[in-house]
Design a protein around this ligand. Sequence first.
Ligand code: PMV
Length: 325
Amino acid sequence: MKNHAKARAHTNIALVKYWGKANEALKLPTTNSLSLTLDRFYTDTSVTFDEQLSADQISLNGTALEGPAARRIATFLDLVRSQAGISSKAQVTTVNNVPTAAGLASSASGFAALAAAASRASGLQLDHKQLSRLARRGSGSATRSIDGGFVEWHKGFGDRTSFATQVAPADYWNLNVIAILVNQQQKQISSSVGMQRSQTTSPYYREWEKLCKHDLKKLKMAISNRDFSCLGTIAEENAMRMHALTLSAAPDFSYFDADSLKAMQLIHQLRATGIPCYFTMDAGPNVKVLVEPEHLNAVLAALTPAFGANQLVVAAPGPGIQYLT
Ligand code: PMV
């Protein structure tokens, strides 16, 4: 049995979002979602199962992890151990090239890389569908980081049917995503808590579930026609509808901060001058701007006076899971 493996997974940005669970334990979503995997943000994780260890040892960016974050990974490793029929503890080393928990989906690349490295190190041989199901158990959005390019997560009816598949590969459409890093602090309300509160208290939640179905249909059409304004419009509307669920929850909460609103306003202004660009936001204050390469410089030039070049990171469609050893 090979007891060591290392894998790289990239983050993804959802264009039609996942925001709510039908089953907490299995992390089954209430709706399908569709994302674009990004090349600039990724996680490298190595896992070694070692009979000599008495407990899992986990390090993140060179620091030993403890507390709930470490327990979440150990629980995930237990799942891998039970599937593989082994009992050895593991040494896990993770390097995140993503600002952790700032709404850049570090949990997506993190659990996708962990699923790939841990399953391979345990001796399991999983295909993309099986890997995607496994990654889902760590973090919902990780389900979509096994594949590159445009990826749809099918909500399914249970563990076996809830997984992601590729809609189009990374080289299908040359697009850019500018991540505006307005705030790299850890978020106050985790996506799990945020989802639960939205689902149980927002009067608009049922409407959200219905709208996602329509948005997904239109988005798939936009992808197949390479229709950028249609893709951008759906992504921006869907993101704001997700955030409307947080604003309409009780008690209300929000992932926006003042700079997020400033960024959104700038994008609206740019669009009014005829430059096609659209924004989306996840469960954190950073804003991501969708733009075609021919308009990239114009958008960067307009954003730089407000945010500074070091807060603007340009990404492109990225690949699926890669094994490094
Ligand atoms: O993977 P989680 O549980 O952190 O949820 C992520 C949810 C969003 O990023 C806000 C939306 C999405 O579809 O990725």
